[in-house]
Design a protein around this ligand. Structure first.
Ligand code: C2O
Ligand code: CU
Length: 483
C-alpha cells in the first residue's frame, strides 16, 4: 500500500477496495434470470397503466431462503417498457411495513410523479398514482425507492427494476432488440450474507456503505447466459448501493458501447473496458464466436489517481460477473451500424444560469439535505450549466432528477467519447471538476422539488442531496408543499 499524503479517507477507501472486501470466485452454474416484462393495460383514455406492488418475500440468492423485497415478486421488479409519446400511469402499492416511494431514474417527468422523499407512500397498503407522458429518446432507465434516509436499505433488500424507453427515431433496428434473447438486462449488485440473510453490517468500516463479497446479476448468483445470436446487447445497470464496476471481457476482448444513461451514442464506441458508478447505465454489444464461453468481468474499477502532491491507489479488485455461452451455431445478427443517433449539443452560451456545487464530506456546498430548503430555482424551458466539483478523496456519483445532461468538460478538457451522450449520473472522481449542461423543459411546479444528489446510497441517506424547483417564469417563487 503506497500512499503519499492521500489522507485518512483515501486510506480507508483503498483498504476497502483492495485488501478485503472483494467479490469471491463464482462457478457460473445458474442460468441468468431475466426480469419479466411488466404487464400493462390501456385504459378508456388511451393511457398505458402499470401496477407495481412493493412487497416482502423470500428468494434463493444462493444461501437458502433469504428474506428480500421486490416489486410484484420477491426480488427486483419487472421491466417496464413503453413507447415515446405514450401517456403512462403507474399505480404503486406499498405492501411493506415502512413508507416507500418509487423514483423514475433518468425519466423526464413532472415533479409530482418523480417519487422524491416528500411524498412517502404509507406503510401497509398505501397507494400512489404516478402519471406522465413519456417523451424522451430510446434509453435504458430504471426505478427504485427514494424515501427519506431509507433508500440504501430498501434498494439493498431488492427494490429496483429496469425501464426501457422505445422510440424508433432514436433507436437502431440494426441493434439486437429481442428482449431476453439478444437484448438482455444486466442488473449488477453486490451483497454481504450473514448466514442465509442479507447483511448491511459495515464490517470493513467503509466510507461509502456496503461493499459486498458476493455478486448478483438480476438476482442470480454465479450466472450464465445462453446466447443463440452472433451479437448480444447487454443493458448494464449498476444497481449496487456503493460499488463501482469497470466492465471488461475475458482476455481483453473488445466490445461496442452503444448507449449511455439517456440514450444511444452518436456511434458505437469500441473499447475493452467501461466504468459504471452507482446508478449509471450503458448499453453494450458483444460479438461471440460459435461455441465459446466468454466472461463479462469487472477489473480494477478505480485507477491510481495522481494529483501531484497526493496519490490515490485504486486497488486490485477484479472478479467475474456473467458468463456468456455461445451456442455451437449462432443465428446471424445485423452488422453494427457505423452511426447511431445524432444528438444536438446544448450550447453553454445559451445558458440562463451557471451554478457551482462542491461535494465534500456528506454535504453539497456545505449543506446537508433539508426538505424545506430550495438550493436552486430554475426557470422552465431554460438551459443551465452546473459545475460540480468533488472536493475530497472519496469518489461520489452525481445524479440530477428530471433531466438528461451533457458533459461539457472534466478539469477543463473535453469529455471522453463514452461520456459524450446523454447522462443523468456521473462518476465524480476525487479532486476533479465536472461541468454539465441541461435543459429543464416542459414542467414547472412551484410546490414540488426535484432532487440532485450523490447516488452512493449511504451518502444520499446521510444527506448528500439538494433540491431544485422549476418555476414557470423568472421571479416566481417556490412554495413547497409536502408531508
Ligand atoms: Cu436513482 Cu435520486 O435517484
Ligand atoms: Cu457520495
Amino acid at each position: 500500500l503506497v500512499l503519499c499524503g492521500g489522507g485518512v479517507a483515501a486510506i480507508t477507501w483503498v483498504l476497502n477496495r483492495s485488501a478485503v472486501n472483494t467479490i469471491g470466485k463464482v462457478n457460473f452454474d445458474r442460468a441468468l434470470k431475466i426480469p419479466p416484462l411488466a404487464e400493462s393495460a390501456v385504459d378508456g383514455q388511451g393511457r398505458r397503466v402499470f401496477e407495481l406492488k412493493a412487497q416482502a418475500g423470500e428468494s434463493d440468492l444462493g444461501h437458502g431462503a433469504t428474506r428480500t423485497w421486490g416489486y410484484n415478486g420477491s426480488y427486483l421488479g419487472p421491466t417496464l417498457r413503453a413507447k415515446r409519446g405514450e401517456q403512462l400511469v403507474v399505480n404503486i402499492h406499498n405492501g411493506l411495513g415502512e413508507p416507500t416511494t418509487v423514483h423514475w431514474h433518468g425519466m423526464h417527468l413532472p415533479a409530482q410523479a418523480d417519487g422524491g422523499p416528500h411524498r412517502p407512500i404509507a406503510a401497509g397498503g398505501g397507494m400512489f398514482q404516478a402519471a406522465w407522458k413519456l417523451d424522451q429518446p430510446a434509453a435504458t432507465l430504471w426505478y427504485h425507492p427514494h424515501p427519506s434516509e431509507r433508500t440504501e436499505a430498501q434498494v439493498y433488500r431488492g427494490l429496483a427494476g429496469m425501464f426501457i424507453v422505445d422510440d424508433p427515431a432514436t433507436d437502431s433496428a440494426q441493434l439486437p432488440h429481442e428482449y431476453g434473447v439478444d437484448d438482455v438486462p444486466v442488473i449488477v449488485q453486490d451483497k454481504v450474507f450473514d448466514g442465509s440473510q442479507l447483511s448491511m453490517s459495515d464490517r470493513f468500516g467503509s466510507d461509502i456503505g456496503v461493499l459486498g463479497d458476493e455478486l448478483l446479476v438480476n438476482g442470480t448468483p454465479g450466472p450464465y447466459l445462453d446466447v443463440q445470436t452472433e451479437r448480444v446487447r447487454l443493458r448494464l445497470l449498476n444497481g449496487s448501493t456503493a460499488r463501482v464496476y469497470n466492465f471488461t471481457l475475458e482476455g481483453g476482448r473488445q466490445f461496442a458501447m452503444v448507449g449511455s444513461d439517456g440514450g444511444l451514442l452518436a456511434r458505437p464506441y469500441m473499447t475493452d473496458h467501461l466504468r459504471l458508478s452507482v446508478g449509471e447505465r450503458a448499453e453494450i454489444v458483444v460479438e461471440l464466436k460459435p461455441g465459446e464461453h466468454l466472461a463479462l468481468r469487472s477489473e480494477r474499477p478505480l485507477p491510481d489517481f495522481d494529483f501531484g502532491n497526493r496519490k490515490f491507489q485504486g486497488g486490485e479488485d477484479s472478479f467475474d460477473v456473467l458468463q456468456l455461452r455461445a451456442a455451437p451455431t449462432l443465428r446471424k445478427s445485423p452488422e453494427l451500424p457505423a452511426a447511431l443517433v445524432d444528438t444536438p449539443r446544448l450550447d453553454p452560451k445559451q445558458a440562463a444560469a451557471k451554478r457551482d456545487f462542491t461535494f465534500s464530506g456528506r454535504d453539497i456546498n456545505g449543506d446537508g439535505m433539508d426538505m424545506d430548503r430550495v438550493d436552486a430555482v430554475v426557470v422552465k424551458n431554460t438551459t443551465e450549466v452546473w459545475n460540480v466539483e468533488n472536493g475530497h478523496d472519496t469518489p461520489h456519483s452525481f445524479h440530477i432528477h428530471d433531466v438528461q445532461f451533457q458533459v461539457l468538460s472534466i478539469d477543463g478538457a473535453a469529455p471522453p467519447e463514452p461520456l459524450g451522450g446523454w447522462k443523468d449520473t456521473l462518476f465524480l472522481e476525487p479532486h476533479r471538476k465536472f461541468s454539465v449542461i441541461a435543459r429543464f423543459a416542459d414542467y414547472a411546479d412551484p410546490t414540488t422539488a426535484y432532487m440532485f444528489h450523490c447516488h452512493v446510497l449511504r451518502h444520499e441517506d446521510e444527506g448528500m442531496m439538494g433540491q431544485f424547483v422549476v418555476v414557470e417564469k423568472k421571479g416566481d417563487k417556490p412554495r413547497l408543499q409536502h408531508g
